[in-house]
Design a binder for this molecule. Structure first.
Ligand SMILES: O=C(O)CCC(=O)C(=O)O
Ligand SMILES: [Fe+2]
Length: 436
């Protein structure tokens, strides 16, 4: 759904009478009969959807341009115009007096501001040339010293706005976490789009839940087979221990609400050619992640695959097993620190009976565990900056049944000489941190 606002222009005495229709295939559904001048209305729609606006004659059968509607009929129409929703933010659609449609959105506004800065500076420099204050050689310098502070101020203003919006979103996120985790009937968020991923002759249904350059969340159906799950669980069994969380100063610590058991499983790449199920599912996840992100992540120096198992202790458990909201990697919107995590694949091997969804509270995305499905998310932008908490996520309290997952966290900048465990949880190389 894509919200946008539409309103008729109110600066002039308007006699325009318009009706707004929602076009649904061949059908027209009236949204607003007789919109009045200056009225604004919010419409929920989606990109590429088209609305129809009809000007209708006044009670005397006269259209706004003065023409008389010749043969009064059941639904007389003076003029018709169409509006198509685009994919820019903050769309405001103006219906002008002469039925011209003007679209204002984040992109047209940015263009207007930029042209206004450029033309202000052109005028200023032209004036200075005429007044003899600037000579030919200095024109470029004069122009850039005019543009520079104006653009910087504009960018600063936009950044402040982004920060305000992001604070609002984070606040809502905190409340959203509690509501969504408490609703056991809540299904997985409807994907923005679906497509098929072909891998070695098998088709996998993919749902795109968030699609930004620096933050993506997908689910992939039938990603992990029961045989692959069993192999991971069996390999993990001898070393299962209580799960930890990052402690914020480079290490790991236990957390009261985190009761899950986990164990790292080394991927047996040397047995890949023999069809080893752990190597096979690992190869699949690298293929998916590299295709979805374009990161070109290599297997050398990566973390072990992690088997994590949560246990429900009933609806009355005062402190159920959960994993509080966290980011797997840096996720502070700053420049990426080499060797950090950039993507995660969570593969659901056993689904709990109640609770245990993976919840992305800042973007309203909720993934209900389904055996065989995987949730993929990535958190590094093409400009080298990390996502700013859009992929922060949690595991909602697991109340009944067991939840078993296999997780692979993927890093960029590791290799055999610089493996993941030569860095601490703040991505500072061991030895360097101690000597600082
Ligand atoms: O349990 C889940 O669904 C998410 C697990 C997770 O966030 C993690 O292991 O980093
Ligand atoms: Fe996580």
């Amino acid at each position: 759904m894509f919200p946008f606002i539409l309103f008729t222009e109110c600066s002039r005495p308007i006699r325009l009478r318009v009706e707004l229709y929602w076009i649904n295939g061949d059908e027209l559904a009236i949204q607003n009969p007789n919109m009045v001048n200056g009225q604004s209305m919010a419409l929920n729609s989606y990109v590429n959807h088209t609305f129809m606006v009809r000007e209708i004659p006044n009670a005397q059968g006269t259209c706004n341009d003065g023409s008389k509607y010749a043969t009064p009929s059941i639904s007389p129409v003076c003029r018709t115009a169409f509006i198509t929703v685009n994919n820019h933010d903050d769309q405001v659609i103006h219906i002008l007096q002469d039925m011209d449609i003007e679209v204002e959105d984040s992109s047209t506004i940015a263009e207007e501001v930029t042209s206004s800065i450029i033309s202000t500076c052109e005028d200023r420099v032209r004036h200075d040339i005429e007044a003899g204050n600037v000579v030919k050689d200095e024109v470029i310098d004069a122009f850039s010293s005019c543009v520079h502070p104006l653009l910087a101020r504009q960018i600063e203003k936009s950044n402040e706005e982004i920060k305000d919006q992001s604070d609002i979103r984070m606040n809502i996120g905190e409340q959203w976490e509690e509501y969504t985790c408490a609703d056991f009937e809540l299904p997985t968020t409807s994907p923005k789009s679906m497509h098929t991923w072909n891998y070695r002759g098998k088709q996998h249904e993919v749902g795109v839940l968030l699609d930004r350059d620096e933050a993506k969340i997908h689910f992939i159906k039938n990603f992990i087979t029961p045989e692959e799950c069993s192999a991971i669980e069996a390999a993990a069994a001898p070393t299962l221990h209580k799960a930890t969380v990052a402690d914020g100063s480079g290490g790991s610590q236990l957390q009261k609400s985190r009761k899950a058991m986990q164990a790292g499983v080394q991927v047996p790449w040397d047995r890949e050619a023999d069809g080893d199920p752990i190597a096979s599912v690992s190869r699949k996840l690298y293929a998916y992640i590299n295709e979805a992100t374009g990161y070109n992540i290599q297997t050398d120096g990566q973390e072990d695959l992690m088997s994590i198992q949560y246990f429900g202790r009933g609806l009355t458990d005062p402190e159920p097993d959960r994993y509080m909201p966290h980011c797997d990697g840096q996720c502070d919107g700053q420049k990426f620190q080499d060797a950090g995590r950039v993507a995660t694949m969570v593969m659901y091997c056993k689904a709990p009976l109640k609770g245990g969804a993976t919840n992305f509270r800042n973007v309203g995305v909720h993934v209900v565990p389904e055996v065989g499905t995987a949730a993929f998310f990535s958190y590094l932008g093409s400009d080298g900056r990390t996502d700013n908490r859009l992929t922060e996520h949690s595991c909602c309290p697991v109340l009944e049944g067991e939840k078993k997952i296999a997780v692979q966290w993927l890093r960029l900048g590791v290799d055999n000489e610089n493996p993941w465990n030569s860095f601490n949880t703040l991505n500072v190389k061991h030895g360097l941190a101690e000597s600082m």
